[in-house]
Design a protein around this ligand. Structure first.
Ligand SMILES: *[C@@H]1O[C@H](CO)[C@@H](O)[C@H](O)[C@H]1NC(C)=O
Ligand SMILES: *[C@@H]1O[C@H](CO)[C@@H](O)[C@H](O)[C@H]1NC(C)=O
Ligand SMILES: *[C@@H]1O[C@H](CO)[C@@H](O)[C@H](O)[C@H]1NC(C)=O
Ligand SMILES: *[C@@H]1O[C@H](CO)[C@@H](O)[C@H](O)[C@H]1NC(C)=O
Ligand SMILES: *[C@@H]1O[C@H](CO)[C@@H](O)[C@H](O)[C@H]1NC(C)=O
Ligand SMILES: *[C@@H]1O[C@H](CO)[C@@H](O)[C@H](O)[C@H]1NC(C)=O
Ligand SMILES: *[C@@H]1O[C@H](CO)[C@@H](O)[C@H](O)[C@H]1NC(C)=O
Ligand SMILES: [Cu+2]
Length: 719
């Protein structure tokens, strides 16, 4: 099945490229209905997300993909002030291999305050996941600032198979909507009041890295022993997901884009453009190539512009893994917003956007009419392929079916943003002074006169990242302060458990006396568990950092109104608080950047650095407390640190986690448990919880996989 990349093969792929089509931007879901809200002055906008599995080839290679109401990664578009109603139907077959108990939608970047805290979509926090064959209706009001967000599955892995898309909040409606006749589709996207900037066109570039194996078939192997001494025939061996096979822009791309690299003459290492070696059920690959109107596949996205006009481009990095730099050939763009918060304008040709981040830019089509490359280049992953879209001027003599005549920009020639460029991304000055202009005011919450940070913090949380190797079973994990955190069982939402018993978590806290030995057990949670199984709880700041790497719920309690300073140090994987026992097994020296995302909040990025830990005497004076960027996802540099500040003004349980999916799966998260006594009551209806659910740290042995999915006909890791 696997096909080895060779220069000759890549050359033929290059010729093939010319024959491949160009598609315009991705679809936006049309709501089922738009109705006046009987309880308020807004409108209830209802969408159906009918989630199915199909064979598809977004990169030109056929595999199982997840579709939403027949579309691949469609956008959800609403106006600020709307009530969003999402009818989620899980039609993924129960036989489809997965590390999850169902699906659950997270609205990335939205605050989800009040009763919406239950609907944030991380399975087992507010709700159980929606099991195959069942459905659930989310409903909450969107008062968040207009801007660019994303929606995605947050149960385990389906985001990587396509269960995600842009979530665009437009300014409030320009007037009452034209309500559709019964049975007719509403006009969409809706008209909106003017924003802070004026532009003639609005396009989203939804960026994803794409693998030729399904996400769960890759995640299973992350739980198999990393330590060779622990590998048996049945355990299988740890296997990193590796570089993606393609980069998609609005669901379109081509895995043969590696041919755009200059292989001859000492260019960069060409990425592997061959399909991966994962098992595909016999007969399935015969359906390649695959294409339909919903997902053209084998194409490159085209952004068409009229000469002289200005466009807002919304860049969304929805990658499983890679940090991306997006460059606009022949053009400089102006940054206008980062994670949906307006920033001071900065002109640049290339824009850095890490997984989970969004950057909005303005592009003026003021260059000679032609076709230009929009290149999407992965950073920090040597050999990962780039992705390409085309900026097409609609003008006489510019052929819409051809690629630019120039050589596509090469990854090695593009460096990530420097510290000084990152430091230019600061809050827009309008947001720092009081204003009654609705264009400005809608970017603040009621009572917020300025978006500048509070002057001082009342609580300091200090976490070190590490990558422990567990002696017990040879599993490799990512940890915060030596605790790697799985998804719970017990199979019930943590918020419900805490509401019923405020001491629910405290009762399971690991006593301080057990943190300096092997007495913590079981360090390695295995198998499935029912509703009564408890999980060790580690309290940041209350318990000392465990000396031995540990597995459990990692909790930071926050009192309502606390101003929290969160300092994250990112050192070599097995330094300081990794496994402090004598090294048993291979040495890990991984050191890499991590995009950390906080739910339920934005944080001010007061400072970031490289070259070691945060050191107050060296760095405190350089922190920006005047106009720092105010975001929900930040890059913690390899070997560096980030200094974040946020206000605990949103009762609920809010994860802080790396947005690299394999890393969160390996434990790189903690939960802020915030002001629970002021938590809103739960929704009246909730998805039914499973009677037994799986720890995502469970060992996925070959015999287990074979017994459960071997006859299912879907892709599996080598058994
Ligand atoms: C969901 O999609 C499947 C496959 O297209 C279809 O058979 C089913 O009727 C749809 N369900 C709903 C409720 O639209
Ligand atoms: C492991 O698999 C190899 C190759 O199939 C076989 O030769 C060996 O006997 C197996 N070992 C055990 C303990 O089953
Ligand atoms: C983009 O900005 C750079 C740096 O300021 C400048 O040298 C270049 O000429 C600009 N390009 C265009 C097309 O305006
Ligand atoms: C545009 O390019 C396509 C593909 O190369 C070609 O078939 C077509 O003839 C071109 N059209 C014009 C008007 O040159
Ligand atoms: C994090 O690491 C630094 C440097 O080794 C150490 O001083 C600090 O105590 C660690 N923090 C925690 C919470 O372990
Ligand atoms: C843990 O116990 C060992 C052996 O008693 C002792 O040497 C060490 O100092 C202890 N470490 C901590 C952090 O308490
Ligand atoms: C912290 O910074 C101060 C001032 O630059 C320096 O003297 C000190 O050695 C640094 N500490 C560490 C642990 O690097
Ligand atoms: Cu990470």
């Amino acid at each position: 099945m696997a096909r080895k990349a060779s220069p000759a093969w890549c050359l033929s792929a290059a010729l093939l490229l010319v024959a491949l089509g160009i598609a315009s931007a991705g679809p936006a879901l049309v709501p089922d209905s738009v109705k006046p809200d009987p309880k308020g002055d807004g409108y209830i906008v209802s969408f159906t997300l009918n989630v199915t599995v199909a064979y598809g080839a977004p990169s030109c290679f056929a595999r199982s993909i997840v579709l939403t109401s027949g579309y691949f990664e469609p956008a959800i578009v609403i106006n600020q002030g709307d009530t969003l109603r999402i009818n989620l139907i899980n039609n993924i077959p129960a036989s489809f291999p997965t590390v999850s108990d169902g699906i659950s939608i997270h609205y990335h970047g939205l605050r989800m305050s009040g009763p919406a805290a239950w609907l944030d979509g991380v399975s087992y926090i507010g709700l159980c996941p929606v099991a195959p064959g069942s459905s659930y209706q989310y409903e909450f009001k969107v008062n968040d600032p207009p801007g660019t967000y994303l929606w995605h599955d947050h149960a385990a892995g389906f985001k990587g198979d396509g269960l995600e898309g842009p979530l665009i909040v437009l300014p409030p409606r320009a007037g009452p909507p034209v309500l559709p006749q019964p049975g007719a589709a509403p006009a969409w996207p809706p008209a909106a009041q003017p924003d802070l900037w004026s532009y003639d066109g609005d396009e989203t570039l939804f960026l994803g890295d794409w693998y030729h194996a399904t996400t769960s078939s890759m995640l299973f192997r992350l739980n198999q022993p990393f330590d060779n001494a622990k590998v048996t025939n049945d355990s299988g061996a740890w296997n990193w997901v590796g570089n993606p096979q393609a980069v998609l822009v609005n669901g379109a791309g081509f895995y043969g884009d590696c041919s755009l690299y200059p292989v001859a003459g000492g260019g960069p290492t060409p990425p592997a453009c061959a399909p991966s070696a994962f098992t595909v059920a016999a007969g399935r690959s015969a359906q390649q190539p695959w294409a339909s109107n919903n997902n053209p596949g084998c194409t490159h996205t085209q952004v068409t512009v009229q000469p002289g006009k200005t466009y807002r481009l919304r860049l969304v990095n929805a990658a499983l893994l890679v940090y991306m730099t997006v460059c606009f050939e022949g053009h400089n763009v102006t940054l206008i917003a980062a994670d949906a918060v307006p920033v001071a304008p900065v002109s640049t040709q290339c824009v850095d956007v890490n997984s989970g981040q969004r950057i909005d830019v303005l592009l003026k089509a003021d260059q000679p009419a032609a076709n230009y490359w929009i290149s999407v280049v992965p950073q920090y992953r040597t050999g990962a392929p780039a992705g390409y879209a085309v900026l097409h001027y609609a003008a006489a003599g510019v052929n819409a079916s051809t690629f630019p005549a120039t050589t596509a920009p090469q990854p090695v020639s593009i460096t990530p943003w420097s510290d000084s460029m990152n430091a230019k991304v600061v809050l827009a000055p309008e947001l720092l002074v009081p204003s009654t202009d609705p264009k400005v005011a809608r970017y603040r919450r009621p009572g917020q006169a300025s978006l500048a940070p509070p002057a001082a913090a009342s609580k300091l949380v200090y976490v070190n990242l590490s990558q422990p190797l567990f002696n017990e079973n040879g599993q490799l994990r990512w940890a915060l302060d030596n605790v790697a955190m799985p998804r719970t069982p017990p199979c019930q939402p943590l918020l419900s458990s805490l509401r019923k018993d405020p001491k629910y978590l405290t009762k399971q806290a690991v006593p301080a006396s057990q943190l300096n030995g092997t007495g913590v057990g079981p360090n390695v949670l295995v198998g499935t568990a029912g509703k009564s199984r408890t999980t060790p709880v580690y309290y940041e700041g209350l318990s000392p950092v465990p000396v031995y790497p540990s597995v459990g719920l990692h909790i930071v309690e926050l009192a309502g109104g606390a101003v929290v300073d969160l300092i994250v140090n990112n050192n070599p994987a097995n330094s300081f608080n990794g496994d402090l026992r004598p090294v048993d097994g291979p040495t890990r020296i991984a050191m890499e950047q991590h995009p950390f995302h906080l739910h339920g909040h934005r944080f001010w990025v007061l400072g970031r650095g490289t070259g070691g830990n945060y050191n107050a005497s060296a760095h405190a004076a350089g922190l920006n407390t005047a106009n720092p960027s105010y975001r929900d996802t930040v890059t913690i540099a390899a070997g560096g640190w980030a200094y974040l500040r946020f206000v605990a003004d949103n009762p609920g349980i809010w994860p802080f986690h790396c947005h690299i999916l394999p890393h969160i799966f390996m434990g790189q998260q903690l939960y802020f448990v915030e002001d629970i006594k002021n938590l809103a009551p739960p929704p009246s209806k909730t998805p039914k919880c499973p009677s037994a659910c799986r720890y995502n740290f469970a060992p996925y042995t070959k015999s287990w996989l074979r017994a459960k999915y071997g006859m299912s006909g879907w892709e599996l890791p080598p058994l």
